[in-house]
Each structure stands twice: as C-alpha cells, then as structure tokens.
Design a protein around this ligand. Sequence first.
Ligand code: GLN
Length: 554
Amino acid sequence: MQPLNQKSMKSKTAKYIFVTGGVTSSLGKGIVASSLGMLLQARGYSVTIQKLDPYLNVDPGTLNPYEHGECYVTEDGAETDLDLGHYERYLNSPTSQANSVTTGRIYQTVIEKERRGDYLGKTVQIVPHITNEIKRRIKLLGSSGKYDIIITEIGGTVGDIESLPYIESVRQMIWDLGENNTMVIHLTLIPYLAASGELKTKPTQHSVRLLMESGIRADVLVTRTEHTLPKEVKEKLALFCNVKKGHVIESKDADSIYEVPFLLHEQDFDEVVLNRLNLPTDQKPDLTAWENFLDRHKNPKNSVEIALVGKYTALPDSYKSISEAFTHAGAQTETEVKIRWVYSGDLTTENIDSVLKGVDGVLIAPGFGDRGIDGKILAANYARRNKIPTFGICLGLQMMVIEFARNVLGLEDADTTEINNMTQHPVINLMEGQKNITHKGGTMRLGNWKCQIDKNSAVYKAYGEEMIEERHRHRYEFNNEYLEAFEKENFMAVGTNPDTALVEIMEYKELPFYMGVQFHPEYKSTVANPHPLFVQFVGAVLMYKQNKKIHATR
Ligand code: GLN
C-alpha cells in the first residue's frame, strides 16, 4: 500500500485542536484524535498529534506496562505513551520527542531553569511558569512550520487535580491565538441504563460545565456509547452542553479501531472541524487505501494462530504495537491473525506441549528482568525443535540465543548477564556504553539505529534494502565473542550495526523461519506500511499451517 498522499497547504500558520476527556478515563481519546488526524490528512492537510500526560513520571519508560500499557519509542528515542503508536499507525508519519509531554518533563525543565537562575529572583509558580512551559511545548510543533493542524490530546479526565495546569494552558492558548485558530473537542461517555433502557446525558452535561468553570467552551462533543444516540438525545446534548446542532458526534463501540475514522466521517466530523476552524473543505478525503485495508482486515481468506509468549500477557495493551503490527500484516496477507496469549511465567517442560499445542507460530516478546525468562527459553526450544515459525523481538532474540547456546552449542550455563552475571558463558551481555550507567530513566540504547543486511538472507527479501533503520530500546546485546560458534551451526547474524558491529538480526538457516531481532520492528508498522518482517513472518506461519494440513490429510 502506498503512503497516504499528504498534499500540504501553503499557509503554515498552524491551527490547534485540543482533545479533552470527561466522565471517565479510557474512552479512547487517542483513537478519536488519530481518526480525526487521518481524515484531515486524507483531505490534504499536514497534521501531527501530540499527547500531554499529566503524570509526574518524566516519561513512561520507567513505568511497569501493567500500569500504563506499552511504552512506545519514537525515531528520535523518546519513550512515550502508547497513544503515540496509534498516531503513527493512523497518520503514517513519525512522531518525535516534541509530540510527547509529561508533567514530570515540564517540572524538570522549570526546576532546572530555576536552579540556573533564569527566573531572576522571581517566585516560581504553577501559573505562569508551569503553564508557560506547557504552552511553549504545545507551540513548538506549530512553530516548526511543518504542519497545518496540531491535534493536542490532554491525558486524563477534566476535573482531575493533575489536569488543571493543562486545562488552564488550553484556555490561555485559545485566548492567545483566538477562536479562529483553536478549538476544543470534548470526549465523554453516555452511559446506558439497561434496567430503564435509557441513555443518560447528565454526566456529559456536568463534565462540560466543569470545563466551562475553567473558562473553556467545548466546540464539539464526541460521545462514546454502546447504542446509537437517537436524534432527541443528540439535540438535548447540544442544547444543554451549549454546542451547535450537528456538533454532537457519536462514537459507537466498533468491531475494529480502524473502523472509527469511517464512523466519524459518516457524521461529517472532519467537515464540522474544518468549518469551525475556517479551513476550506472543498477537497474531499480520499479514503480508498483505508477502505481496501479495512476490507481485507474484515474479510480474511485464511486464519492462523500465533502464541505471544511474554510476561505481561494479562494486559494485552502491554504489547499493543505487536498486536497492531499483526493486524496490518494480516490485512496485507488476507489472513486473520489470532493471538494466543501465553504467560511465560507459567510455562514448564511438563505443560509446554499442551499450552502451545496447535499454534502455527510463536512470537517471543520483549521484556525486562528475570520473571518468566525460563518460560521464554523453553518456548524457543519447543518452537525450534518442532520447526514452528518463530520470531523473537529484543529480549525474545536474546532468549533464542541463550537456548541455542545451551542446547545446540552445549554451553550449559549460557545466559544473559541481566539475569546471571556469574555465568561462564555470557552470550548476552551489557553494551559497553551501558556499563557505568546508574540512572534507569531514558538511558537505554533508544530510537533509530542503522542496520546493514546480508544480501543472502531471508530478511533481505523482506526489506529489499541493504541498509535499514529500526528503533531500539535495550541495554544488553549479543556477545560477538560467540558469533563464530553460532555461525558454524548456521544461526547467522544477518543484520549488524555498521558502526559498532552490534548484532541486530539473527536467522537460523536450518529452518524456514526462526528469526530474532534486537530492535522493535512493531513500532514502525502502520496501516499504510505494514512492517515487512511481520508480513514475512505471517506468510511463513500461513505456509507452515498449510503444510501441516497437507501432512495431516496424507
Ligand atoms: N532486557 C533486555 C535488554 O535490556 C531486552 C529489552 C527489550 O526487550 N526491550 O537488553
């Protein structure tokens, strides 16, 4: 699929759309913001989306995925909220450090300035110093001159104590730039009371009033609902929430998040937004590529089941980019990819056969720390012995390497020094530059690094290029002292960093697909550009399943 046509307007004075949330959290502001961004982009506008997260962590890099889902990584190495992943998957354009702001980052900047003496003896306060720093970061993307429209999503819910400085900054931005250049979309929940069969508007009315108390009028309401909103309910919402008729857009639960842009477009959401911002609407959106994608996604010809072996499987959001990359690759290959979530902490030699029984592929997931490590090694062993297509990502590659060292190379106590630094055979060890690092936050090998690909490899067929760039997030690496031993047994380093010789991709030549990568290909997969390695993996999985069937019927 070709990247979406991003024909940009000449005037680059950016307009700002703020997306706030009310009533409850987890309403899917990220999906609504991404859908809107995609629709505006399909109309020829250049758009970017930014997330403001009200927590005090400087970034989510140090957060347990159970707390906040996956940590996403941008090209320039920002460790961000998983919503940035949605932005990239929908817009097919990279985000950056500037697209991700947290309260921790804001305070860190203000406090550093205070320590330098930049405030010249003034009392440093939330208003104006914190709010000014928030505004500076919002305007940063606009002043780059690259975008017509900046969509800024405010994390959390209106009324939260942590959100107050952000809401005040939005009010000031509207005051500074004028109503012509700014607008507010408020996303709320319309609960349905099954007992009385009613859709209730009151929580939304209260949440809009709460915004009003901070001096902000919602321009458009997007309402999450399980049931279609009757016309009267929409009109009631418009009247009591003081928005124009036609400015109440329903966002009904959809089967796929990729349907949401269409559901919103059918209600003229993009048109309403452009009219409100006084931007031309004559160019209708070209949604053919998305329609094709959705059609293939919803009507697959084949189906496969892949075991995702990881330690955070109780919360699938911890592997958001991986499951979305499977959706993209599945659509490309017209294959439904079902994921069997396998908690690696429970895997044993006794149960592995029944737990992985019948799967057509195995993905060994990224991760940190020792919990569930043995299960990943077991899964790698099981998959290799049974010739099941296997894809290891980051820690997943490292576990494939350890398994191979122990069981093929006979290095019994081979290990990663992340888990056992007394091992005789540190086949995975700490990267040189990591040895003196004491702070955990933001200090891994992060973001884009080059990888040179061997032309005689399966990965080369996938990429069709000799030099690629992929995003990283790790401290440990393959220990090149062991490379010769691995390569003698046909487990080859087919991708390496051209400057440091760090191993990036390993491929076991004895099997049709047994590959591990040190980087995270999942971060780069988008609707418009499914990641070639995921496409290749799903293709191999499909082939394996079809061969299984042939053997079974013989
Ligand atoms: N814990 C491993 C490392 O730091 C792998 C990290 C990952 O899977 N993202 O190298």
